[in-house]
Design a protein around this ligand. Structure first.
Ligand code: ZN
Length: 270
């Protein structure tokens, strides 16, 4: 029942020709619209650090700083899926981005692991298949934040899987991997922190996004030293600036690639 409802919802948010929609329209427009999604909120605290820090507070704080950075440095129109400590269902976050015709969707989260030594930054884009077991477990945890969502990705052979397979061939999906790469490299360069790679996993919050969409795990809240870093306003600003820089370089690379495609007369960009 829930699965059927989710499928119907996804058809609704995809609309008719969304699969063929050209992604990243900002390259042709003067101003781009970015939707930032601070993970969790309200009763959904997300992961908790050893000193009691809630993931939902870290994600909101970094998201607000990122919004400022994108407005100031890129002149972007920035919308947030939440600006206060409230619960927002996962699918509503992506639907919000689609409804506002966003050019990019960036979900901010903090990681957690049973191993307290685990550390570093991971940047994700959507895929049916997880990069590794840790990525699969992480997606299952993030998806469990919304009790109305079943972990339908693991069942296989359903309509949702077909949609994901279709999504994998859209230009926005290719753009998502490029955006993830640009943001990840900027995060490592600017923060000097450890990188765990650009990965893929079935995050519900990324399903149905009709624009390049990524999820950034800004660090491990379960690691005592990273928990301290994540609560530092200075480090939060640094992370926000790094993500904004990544968005800027993605925008520039996209514009360059498009002008090359126009000059060379190619019609397919992949
Ligand atoms: Zn999270």
């Amino acid at each position: 029942m829930l699965k059927t409802a989710l499928f119907a919802f996804m058809l609704l948010i995809y609309g008719g020709d969304a699969f063929g929609q050209d992604a990243g329209g900002f390259a042709d427009a003067a101003i781009m619209t970015v939707v930032i999604d601070p993970g969790h909120g309200g009763d959904d605290t997300g992961a908790q650090g050893p000193s009691g820090t809630d993931e939902k507070d870290i994600t909101l704080s970094i998201a607000l700083k990122l919004a400022d950075a994108l407005r100031e440095r890129l002149g972007a129109i920035v919308l947030l899926t939440r600006e206060t400590d409230v619960f927002v269902p996962l699918e509503a976050r992506t639907a919000f981005a689609n409804a506002n015709r966003a050019d990019l969707f960036i979900s901010i989260h903090a990681n957690a692991a049973a191993n307290r030594d685990a550390r570093g930054i991971e940047t994700f884009f959507l895929s049916m298949d997880s990069t590794d077991e840790d990525a699969r477990r992480l997606a299952a945890f993030e998806n469990s934040a919304d009790s109305s969502v079943e972990d339908v990705f693991l069942e296989g052979g359903n309509d949702l899987k077909d949609i994901l397979v279709d999504m994998a061939s859209t230009s926005s999906h290719h753009e998502s991997s490029r955006l993830a790469e640009a943001v990840h490299m900027s995060m490592l360069g600017k923060t000097g922190r450890e990188g765990r790679g650009v990965k893929q996993a079935p995050f519900v919050v990324l399903v149905g996004a009709t624009m390049p969409a990524i999820l950034v795990e800004v660090g491990f809240i379960s690691n005592p030293s990273e928990e301290r870093l994540l609560t530092s306003k200075k480090e939060q600003s640094l992370a926000a600036a790094a993500i904004a820089d990544g968005v800027a370089s993605f925008r520039d690379l996209t514009a360059k690639r498009r002008s090359f495609i126009e000059v060379s007369g190619k019609t397919i960009e992949k």
